[in-house]
Write a protein that binds this ligand. Sequence first.
Ligand SMILES: [Zn+2]
Ligand SMILES: [Zn+2]
Length: 332
Amino acid sequence: MQKNFRLLFFVCWLFVSPLIATPYFKMIVCGWMGGPLETNLSGYLFAPISSEQYISFDAGSMLAGIEMAVSQGSFPHINLDDPKVRYEAPAQIMRRHIKAYLISHPHLDHIGGLVVNSPIDTRSLIMGTPFTIDAIRDHLFNCVVWPNFGNEGHEPLGIYEYERLKLHTTTKIADTTMNVKAFPLHHPGCYESTAFLIENDGHYALYIGDTSPDALEKTPRLEIIWKEVAPLIQKGVFHGIFLECAYENSRSDRELYGHLKPKYMLEELEKLATLVNPTVPTLKDVQIFVTHIKQTYIKNNDAVQMVKQQLEGGNRYNFHFVFLNQGQKYEF
Ligand SMILES: [Zn+2]
Ligand SMILES: [Zn+2]
């Protein structure tokens, strides 16, 4: 009986397996929330699946999440027990395997971990728009709030080399096989935020930093990105989107402060799905990582559960939402 069941399972698998897209990238969550808890803030290690040369999308929490990732076995292909290596495993990951930090904007929940962890780090790149890089140089690594670990400004220690990205232009990420193209995002007030489209050998993924929905802005910015990405999805070379959903739906539009809530996240993804297929809107084979949910610390008000329920409740095109765990590895 059990043998027949196994055979049936195997036959089903034979039919289904070609329909499951082969993962091409991997991602390890250093932190995925939007605050206020300081130990679990935006930071994602990202690499092609067969590479151990990572970039980091934002760096709000780094070592806090890498320690968890190490204890969860999220780096199975890196030998972290070499007795000749001086540093402990989390520092080894940071020093030897993170080649560049791609910072979406200079808010502390996207860079605080990197600043505080910097004394144990070694030479690497910080990439961002000129707005982001200038803000990091002038307001963080400035010899006032923190020693100058950058390579510009007053008495630089030169641990981090700044690289300013030109918008809408493909730039190679040194010491990796990846390329990045940056797009501007609305994140109102005096801020600017960024999305990073990563390409590796003809395969793509998209990291979107904090963003306002186009519906609440005068000029569309997400739509420009959707138009770039839709043909890649049609070709089957696009694997995943990191998209923020900071608040749940009862939050008023006035109080979103440049963030999404489920209503707008679904609306934006539906626009993309319609570009991909106007008759049957779809984002099949695209993983959507839900990022930056903000805890409220109000009793009986679990923002994470509410965002999950509201996204799944309004999910009429079967989007593949992925709700994240700190330290965990995801392949897509
Ligand atoms: Zn922000
Ligand atoms: Zn943020």
